[in-house]
Design a protein around this ligand. Structure first.
Ligand SMILES: [Zn+2]
Length: 314
C-alpha cells in the first residue's frame, strides 16, 4: 500500500512526548521511527512513533538495536526529566568565512584566526563565532520574551530547551514555538558557511535584539536590509541605545532609527547624524547621501521590553 506522510499534528505530539530529542540519547536531531515497522502495522499512530537520532535509527534499522530497548526508552525518554537536551556538535559549519543573515541584514566575517563577534549588546557578545580546523563554531543564546533560554550554541555545540511548546527540526532548519504566540519565536537555518536567523530574541545587559524576518529591532532601533562586511569586528553593537558599527563597510538600504528613516545610505562621511539628538545617535559611522532622511516617518515597530511582556500577557 502507498505510504502517506505522518500528519504534522501527530509529529508534534510525538516530539512533545519524546522531549524533542532521541529517546535513547536525547540529542535534538532526530528521525521519526515506527517502533513496530510500518510494513507490519500499515498505519501511523502517535503511540507507535518515536524519535531516534541518526545513529540509533540506523542501528535499529540494521537490527543492532532491539525493539524492546526502543520501547523502553520510548516509555521513559531520556529528556523527560531534563530542562534541556544534551549538547550536540553541529558539523554543518565548515568554511573560510561566516555569512550571517539576521532579519534581512547580512553580515560576513572572514577572519579565520580570531574570534568574530557579530552582535553585541552593551559589551556582551550575543552572537559570535570561532574558527577551528576549518569549522565555524557558533556561540549564541536565544530567548523567549520571558527571558527563558530556548536554544544555545557553545563553540558549535547545540542544546535546546525541552520546556518549549514545540521544537521542530527539518533538514537544516529549526523552528521553536511557545504557547503564547502564533508565530514561531525562533526560526534559524544553518548553512555550510553560516546561518540565517529570521526569528529570534537576543538578550544582554539592559538591552535586547528582536529579530523578525525583515528587520532587527535593537531596543527600538530598527535596522533592515543592511550589509556589513568585515573581519573580526562587530557588525551590530547596541550600547546604551547607541548603535555602533566599527570600521565596517556598511551599506544600508533602509534604516529606521527612532522614527527617522534612512534610505539608500552609503554611510560615508555623513554629518547629519552627528546633529541628531541623543539617544538616536550613531557613533563611529560614516553616512552620506542622507538627503533622503525622512523625519516624518514613524517607526514601523517599537518593542520596549516592558511592552513585549505586556503584549505577551494580553
Ligand atoms: Zn540517539
Amino acid at each position: 500500500m502507498s505510504r502517506l506522510a505522518i500528519p504534522p499534528d501527530m509529529k508534534r505530539q510525538v516530539r512533545q512526548r519524546c522531549g524533542f530529542g532521541c529517546v535513547i540519547c536525547g540529542i535534538p536531531f532526530f528521525h521519526y521511527d515506527h517502533i513496530v515497522e510500518f510494513s507490519e502495522v500499515h498505519e501511523h499512530t502517535a503511540d507507535n512513533i518515536t524519535l531516534l537520532c541518526g545513529t540509533h535509527h540506523d542501528q535499529k534499522t540494521r537490527g543492532l538495536l532491539p525493539r524492546a530497548i526502543v520501547e523502553r526508552a520510548n516509555a521513559s525518554p531520556v529528556n523527560q526529566n531534563s530542562t534541556s537536551t544534551p549538547s550536540h556538535r553541529l558539523m554543518t559549519s565548515v568554511g573560510e568565512a561566516a555569512n550571517f543573515v539576521i532579519g534581512s541584514n547580512r553580515c560576513c566575517t572572514s577572519e579565520h584566526t580570531h574570534y568574530s563577534p557579530t552582535i553585541a549588546i552593551n559589551g556582551l557578545i550575543v552572537l559570535g563565532c570561532a574558527y577551528e580546523d576549518g569549522y565555524i563554531l557558533f556561540d549564541t543564546d536565544l530567548y523567549d520574551s520571558n527571558g527563558n533560554r530556548v536554544l544555545s550554541l557553545r563553540r558549535g555545540e547545540i542544546t535546546v530547551s525541552t520546556r518549549v511548546m514545540d521544537y521542530e527540526q527539518v533538514g537544516p532548519n529549526i523552528i521553536v514555538r511557545d504557547h503564547f504566540c502564533n508565530e514561531p519565536i525562533l526560526d534559524v537555518t544553518f548553512a555550510p558557511d553560516g546561518l540565517t536567523l529570521s526569528r529570534g530574541l537576543f538578550m544582554g545587559p539592559n538591552g535586547f535584539i528582536h529579530v523578525l524576518p525583515d528587520l532587527l529591532n535593537m531596543n527600538g532601533l530598527i535596522v533592515k536590509k543592511s550589509e556589513s562586511l568585515g573581519a573580526g569586528r562587530c557588525a551590530f553593537n547596541l550600547d546604551q541605545r547607541q548603535l555602533i558599527f566599527r570600521s565596517y563597510n556598511f551599506v544600508g538600504h533602509s534604516m529606521l532609527l527612532d522614527g527617522r528613516q534612512f534610505e539608500s545610505c552609503t554611510f560615508v562621511g555623513c554629518h547629519i547624524l552627528q546633529a541628531l539628538e541623543a539617544p538616536a545617535r550613531l557613533n563611529a559611522c560614516y553616512f552620506s547621501d542622507c538627503t533622503r532622511l525622512n523625519l516624518n516617518s514613524p517607526p514601523t515597530i517599537f518593542y520596549p521590553r516592558s511592552q513585549m511582556h505586556a503584549s505577551r500577557k494580553a
